[in-house]
Design a binder for this molecule. Sequence first.
Ligand code: ZN
Length: 466
Amino acid sequence: MTDWMKAAQSQEKSYLKDLTNLLKIPSVRDDSAATDEYPLGPMPAKALQEFLKMAKQDGFRTKNIDNLVGYAEWGEGDETLAILAHLDVMPAGKGWDTDPFDPVIKDGNLYARGASDDKGPGMACYYALKYLKDQGVKFNKKVRFIVGTDEESNWTGMHRYFEVEPAPTMGFSPDAEFPVINGEKGQFSLLLDVPAGNSGKTQLKSFQSGLRFNMVPREAVAEITVPDKEQVTSEFGQFIENNPVTGKVEETMDGLKLTVIGKAAHGMEPEKGINAGTYLATFLNKYDFAGGAASFISFLAKYLHLDTRMEKFDCSFTDDVMGELTMNAGILNYDEENGGKINMNFRYPKGITPDEIQAKVEKVTKALAITVNQGDGQLPHYVDPDDPIVKTLMEAYIDISGDQNAKPEVVGGGTYGRLMKRGVAFGALMPNTPNTMHQANEFQPVNDLITSMAIYMQAINNLVTD
Ligand SMILES: [Zn+2]
């Protein structure tokens, strides 16, 4: 049996050289520089062209589809194994200790934008495929190594691929973590409209909380007019003291401006955040609002507050293998003239549908004259753990890592794996390595990258010779 670790180590030098080349390209999607030739801006396409040039020199059949997506292909047969990686990166952002587009290795860690998402893992997987090809392994199926150039935004490239190329038999995406991710929850939002109206003694001028549907709002600001400013100010002070938030009160021309600070978190794990908006509404709920303003405040306070599992809507749901339905109240806005807009974002397992969830929400909103519309979404995705693609990948991971207890996992959302019926995500973040994707000082330990290359070697080898 081949010693895959040794094989991967033999590739380290040339792997790091080719990877460095790609990491130096700031392949951030830039719509302001888009042209007919470069629909996503020139830099993602440049990374694609560099990759395809290298793959061609390495002896692969290659194709560039509209400067959006491309592939390197090897092997023959009726079946196709697809490997889906991406060459675009998130903008660098602030706070880096080194140049994000000039890779450096410090204490065994490779630092660069894209080191762990996804150029580092993608190239480790490409090198695994190249090694097997160069060793003369006889492939019983085609392998297509497909690279997208806007995974971090709309997946335009990968969607184009699936429009114009035949669907692969099965596949995986080296753009997440080990072990195998064989399930992703579905996702959709309910968009709620609250009528305007403000006839109470206390009036809600405006309420703003949340920037994105998939983040827990960190901040909430409300402007109100009240009969007794002093009383509200002192009660607000007590509220802040008794709750896990901070905040401040400012006097305005005709009232008060209240600010609450909670804690942001990703919308797929809303329980890890502190929703500033629902806390602020909980404070305001005892005052004498009327009409739409009252509906808005009481809906947030009574139903959305601390209810990421939808218990107050009588809609909590758990699937044995895919886990719980979760809800993030990500955008909570109100203004005097237009009324309120609320975005409830859901991650749901198989076994429950958006229509069923909407019906439960409407049972509550009807009495408050709030209307509910369903936004676009994605269905839950699940590949049977007994499917050979899952089994073969799990075996390769366990053999090389020695992690005997590893089990396939279900996550809250969004990898390329869901584009294929038999598609999963596989690596390359190791369970004990910090996740620095999308952050300043993004890195991946070089040893992890080489270990992941060994895992990909065994996995691809067993998939193309079974
Ligand atoms: Zn990625």
